[in-house]
Design a protein around this ligand. Structure first.
Ligand code: HEM
Ligand code: HEM
Length: 230
């Protein structure tokens, strides 16, 4: 059996982003009915702040968190997918998102962003009497369209998250590669033969990450406060 080495894979801001996003999405989903619309909106604002943070981190974060690192051309994606049925762990293990997973990450981020943004314009006027903070600034046509998007896009999120979790479990069970633990602890166990690739990752300062996250949180809070106050 190949000797393995423990290497650092994901920085703290990426992990904080991921699990906070999961909690915020599940909370918005859980609270969309009943009389918990305020919590629903609050969790949605958190999603928005997290997405803004992740976009910034995709440009200034650790090397393997950058979009330029994991959004690759169709040739690489196709080549990777062709290797998937036969390739062993060594061949398929990347010091970041793999070429197909990278695009899935982009899809997930766009879908949750669309959900949170459309929520700002969504309204419910039969029993909750709740208007998203930007409803007052939109024409009724735009508000109606956004409401429609908010109710439809959630189905795409179900599908994308379903595929995403399925892929993580597929790696765990079939490929015997625990990507989930790596997303929790930041550390990954890889064959010694490919450990050098992981040593190349340049980690950005976690303090910078937290600072950007706080700024994104404040920006969303300010947007909502000004929109509600105005
Ligand atoms: C609401 C549900 C979820 C959403 C929206 C979501 C979204 C994302 C996003 C955007 C990333 C990219 C992280 C980054 O680069 O910043 C990611 C990565 C990841 N997620 Fe999730 N996730 C969800 C649930 C889960 C769950 C339940 C698991 C575990 C079973 C999981 C396991 C992972 C793993 C292992 C990665 C890293 C993939 C890789 O190594 O390329 N996710 N997820
Ligand atoms: C990414 C975060 C969000 C998720 C996952 C989410 C999810 C949902 C879901 C599943 C529904 C019910 C759709 C249906 O019954 O077909 C819903 C309805 C709604 N959401 Fe969101 N939402 C999010 C963010 C927001 C935000 C930020 C706001 C406003 C501040 C908002 C306001 C509303 C309103 C007003 C409704 C209509 C309630 C109704 O028609 O019963 N949502 N949302």
């Amino acid at each position: 059996m190949n000797a393995t080495k423990t290497v650092r894979l994901w920085d703290f801001p990426v992990r904080l982003f991921h699990w906070s996003l999961v909690i915020a999405i599940v909370t918005s989903w859980w609270t969309n009915q009943e009389l918990m619309i305020d919590i629903h909106a609050l969790a949605g604002y958190c999603v928005l702040a997290l997405v803004l943070f992740r976009i910034a981190w995709g440009f200034v974060g650790s090397s393997n968190a950058r979009f330029s690192n994991f959004l690759t051309g169709p040739r690489k994606v196709f080549g990777y997918l062709m290797k998937l049925p036969t390739g062993g762990v060594t061949e398929l293990t990347y010091p970041g998102h793999n070429p197909a997973g990278g695009w899935m990450v982009a899809v997930l981020i766009v879908l949750v962003a669309v959900q949170a943004i459309s929520g700002l314009f969504a309204s419910e006027d039969t029993f909750l009497f709740f208007d998203g903070p930007l409803v007052a600034y939109a024409s009724s046509d735009i508000a109606r369209t956004m409401n429609f998007i908010h109710h439809t896009n959630i189905n795409l999120i179900y599908i994308a998250v379903g595929l995403h979790v399925f892929a993580a479990l597929f790696y765990l069970v079939v490929k015997r590669e625990n990507l989930i633990r790596a997303m929790v602890t930041g550390m990954h166990h890889v064959p010694e033969s490919i450990a050098a690739g992981f040593m190349q990752i340049r980690f950005a300062s976690p303090v910078l990450g937290i600072a950007i996250l706080v700024v994104c949180g404040l920006a969303v809070w300010a947007l909502v406060a000004v929109a509600r106050g105005g």
